[in-house]
Design a protein around this ligand. Structure first.
Ligand SMILES: [Zn+2]
Length: 424
């Protein structure tokens, strides 16, 4: 932002927490599950219904709606100088099959609430403000995750996203057309001055620290691998212990090292073996082969390299001592993402000004903001969720935390977009 623009007084206006809560609850009715969660898979009829509701709310605030070819929806509030790059804010409204009311939905409706509050107080901003709904963040029905923002940031092509199919064989392109959200705008050809995303934390750190706001400085990088150990299956009775090529027993120290590596690089190290296939998986057969997943995460690229190096040494040692074939195949990788220091500072400053207990955090989960950070200065605001649980129907967040997060979002957006003239 041009530093000559007048700066708003943080806290001079506040959002309407009750209105935000009411909209969250109304949106959560679409795809509501008996246990009080939400099932609203990307590009389903329910997703379409939810999109139309949020768009109608945007239109009621006078926002101009555009949709791009991957179905990302932009709702624009003009700036006093409409040639300035817009400050973008939003998230996603698709959910997991057993999802909650707040994951993603909070970010979109917090953006809408910021606009509603600015309208209610007749506050103009120098730069335009846009509220965005990204397509298919969850990656549950269609892979990959963060599809809309990924295409937007040119992380992968529109064609490859269109070709993704769900379990029933329906493609993203077919479903976008079926629900009427395959827009004309070319993804990524939509200028962005800065991006702010509010989100529930999806982890237990803020709640444990009794903090209202997480100032998100970045997102953990991750590397995913498949590791396969090949031994030989044999009868569990007649085969003496010394004569075995037991793939599972050789795999175990490698699995354990994944967790030990993460512990050695705390607090930001993560190591998970979440999927194990044992062949032939029979009670009285020595396992002939084992394939398992490895998920390594850390905030620093150098540390991720070091963790990978240590994993390879552990595998080499297992190979040498067992004589078995062991392969490690990388299947996916995301570098750690560091958010824009200036945008992060605005969130920190707003939290401090309003007197909200806050702390810096690094996100362990991926978000649309990761891709947006590749094309514009970006940052995120986290608020606590109950017991750190999300991707679950019991996902819960407190109204006062949602309100606080939205106020921080408001202040950061106003500071970035610039307020023209005195607040009226
Ligand atoms: Zn989310």
């Amino acid at each position: 932002m041009d530093s000559s623009l007048p700066q708003p007084l943080a806290g001079a206006v506040s959002i309407d927490g009750a209105r935000l809560w009411a909209s969250l609850m109304e949106l959560a009715e679409i795809g509501r599950t008996p246990k009080g969660g939400v099932c609203r898979l990307a590009l389903s009829a329910l997703d379409a219904q939810a999109r139309r509701l949020v768009v109608a709310w945007g239109q009621a605030e006078g926002l101009r709606i555009t949709v791009d070819a991957i179905g990302n929806i932009f709702m624009r509030r003009p700036g006093r100088d409409d040639s300035l790059l817009p400050v973008l804010t939003g998230s996603h409204i698709d959910t997991q099959p057993t999802g909650g009311k707040f994951d993603g939905n909070f970010g979109v409706l917090a953006g809408l609430e910021v606009v509603r509050s600015l309208n209610a107080h007749s506050i103009e901003t120098e730069a335009p403000i846009e509220v965005v709904i990204w397509t298919n963040e969850e990656g549950s029905r269609f892979v990959p995750v963060m599809m809309g923002s990924g295409v937007f940031a040119n992380a992968f092509s529109l064609e490859s996203a269109y070709a993704a199919r769900d379990a029933a064989g329906r493609s993203v392109q077919e479903e976008l057309e079926a629900i009427g959200f395959r827009g004309s705008e070319s993804p990524g050809h939509h200028p962005v001055g800065a991006y702010f995303e509010a989100h529930i934390e999806q982890g237990p750190v803020l709640e444990a620290a009794a903090c209202t706001i997480g100032v998100v400085t970045g997102v953990l990088g991750l590397r995913w691998y498949d590791c396969t150990v090949v031994g030989m299956e044999a009868h569990a009775g007649p085969t003496p212990m010394a004569a075995r090529q037991d793939a599972l027993q050789v795999a175990l120290p490698i699995m354990r090292s994944v967790v030990e590596l993460a512990l050695a690089h705390s607090p930001h190290g993560r190591g998970t073996v979440g999927s194990v296939q044992v062949f032939p998986n029979s009670r009285n057969v020595i396992p002939g082969s084992v394939t398992f997943s490895i998920d390594l995460r850390h905030a620093e690229p150098e540390t991720l390299d070091a963790m990978e190096g240590a994993l390879n040494r552990c595998i080499e040692e297992a190979r040498r001592s067992s004589g078995l074939s062991i392969t490690l195949k990388e299947v996916s990788a995301f570098p750690p993402s560091r958010f824009d220091p200036e945008c992060v500072r605005l969130i920190e400053k707003a939290s401090a000004k309003r007197g909200y207990p806050h702390m810096n955090v690094v996100s362990g989960a991926g978000h649309d903001a990761v891709y947006l950070a590749r094309v514009a200065p970006a940052a995120m605001v986290f608020i606590p969720c109950k017991d750190g649980i999300s991707h679950n129907e019991i996902e819960d967040a407190r109204p006062e935390h949602l309100e606080a997060g939205c106020n921080v979002l408001l202040d950061a957006i106003l500071a970035r977009a610039g307020v023209s003239g005195p607040l009226r």
